[in-house]
Write a protein that binds this ligand. Structure first.
Ligand code: PLP
Length: 380
């Protein structure tokens, strides 16, 4: 089929085929090869010289880039509707590298106050030592204009938030960033590219913990930053400096996971809604946090900006932490884990009050909040 007559492909189809070599013909492998090599060859010193001068592109060393990593990057860029992507050794490597690609000493970040604990701690414990000031805004973005200062450089948004499942208005946030010429970065982990595509709305960079839905089987730690080629070149430089590059074996598993992302997320949204409705009616449940429920504070916003309500929910039990612990200790099918993102059908992650999972001062008031993820086997 020539290019002109080719029908436009959906994002999931593109994610399956993007980045893969032409596999027609005899003896072609169907799946992506894992290129384990740390180092790559040149055919002459002239080629080496051209590479060193930035005049040609080549794989030289896996921390700089690798053919298996490139396949994963092209698939995720295709899913997000972006020009380019950089895969990383973890979600935190993607987040820190994206932020550091845009920031320098003296700059300021405006960030949603509710973010994944690791991001929150990075901004709280590390950025001040680097001379970077962080100003926080609620997910409703109220009074955000008051936070703008001459050195404001980045707007960082996470929506839906981990673990409280609050939403920020992604259109309003990016309009604010554009108005003040801020670099806009969004953590799209919980929404996944299946449910929202911030790049197409004008965000400069999207970051993911690919450990979660993108990979989908709890067998790798992985991350990715997505954006235009210029931004991704800067993120790649950060990865080269700081060393947060992905292993090719992890890239292979990420590629495999991405191929089923669409069906997994679709099914997880349905299952999450059914469980949320069940829990909402349950006499021992104080509150269910799921954007798909009409009772959720951000339900209307979720319906407006997401193509589904997501696979993650949290709920508070009556009876506080003791009741919550009793409940967790008795559950038989669901697995108990400190971190949401396991491969099991459904799983709990206790946000407990020790401050190790949820940073101190950020736990739910009664400490009785649980999260679960429907993962790939959550089809049942
Ligand atoms: C929303 C979100 N962003 C970022 C991260 C960090 O990702 P990783 O654990 O892959 O470094 C997580 C991890 O749980 C997360 O939930």
């Amino acid at each position: 089929m020539n290019k002109k007559s080719r029908p436009s492909l959906g994002p999931q189809t593109r994610a399956i085929h993007a980045g893969e070599p032409n596999r027609r013909g005899v003896n072609g492998p169907v799946v992506t090869e894992i290129i384990r090599s740390s180092t790559f060859t040149f055919s002459s010193t002239e080629e080496m010289k051209l590479w060193a001068e930035g005049k040609n592109k080549a794989y030289i060393y896996t921390r700089y880039g690798n053919p298996t990593l490139s396949v994963a990057e092209k698939k995720i860029a295709a899913l997000e509707g972006a020009e380019a992507a950089v895969v990383t050794s973890s979600g935190m490597a993607a987040i820190s590298s994206a932020l550091l690609a845009a920031l320098k000493a003296g700059d300021e970040v405006i960030s949603t106050a509710q973010t994944y604990g690791g991001t929150y701690r990075l901004m709280r414990d590390v950025f001040p030592n680097m001379g970077i000031t962080v100003r926080q805004v609620g997910t409703d973005l109220t009074s955000i204009e008051n936070l703008v200062a001459p050195r404001s450089k980045v707007l960082y948004v996470e929506t839906p938030t981990n673990p409280t499942l609050r939403l920020g208005d992604i259109r309003k946030a990016v309009a604010f960033a554009k108005k003040h010429k801020l670099v806009s970065i969004i953590d799209n982990t919980f929404a996944t590219p299946v449910l929202q595509n911030p790049i197409t709305l004008g965000y400069d960079m999207v970051v993911h913990s690919a450990t979660k839905a993108l990979a989908g089987h709890s067998d790798i730690i992985a991350g990715v930053a997505v954006g235009n080629s210029n931004w991704m070149e800067r993120v790649r430089q950060m990865i080269i400096y700081l060393g947060g590059s992905m292993d090719p074996g992890a890239a292979y598993l990420l590629i495999r996971g991405i191929k089923t992302l669409g069906v997994r997320v679709q099914r997880q949204c349905e299952t999450a809604m059914a469980v949320a409705k069940f829990l909402e009616r349950h006499s021992k449940v104080a509150r269910v946090h799921y954007p798909g429920l009409k009772s959720h504070a951000d339900h209307k916003l979720a319906a407006k900006q997401m193509r589904g309500f997501g696979s993650m929910l949290a709920f508070d039990l009556k009876g506080g932490l003791p009741a919550a612990r009793r409940f967790c200790d008795r559950v038989r099918l669901f697995l108990l884990s400190g971190v949401a993102g396991d491969s099991s059908d459904l799983q709990f992650a206790l946000q407990h009050d020790g401050g190790r999972i949820a940073p101190r001062g950020r736990q739910s008031r009664n400490g009785a909040r649980f999260n679960w993820f429907g993962r790939q086997r959550g089809f049942n």
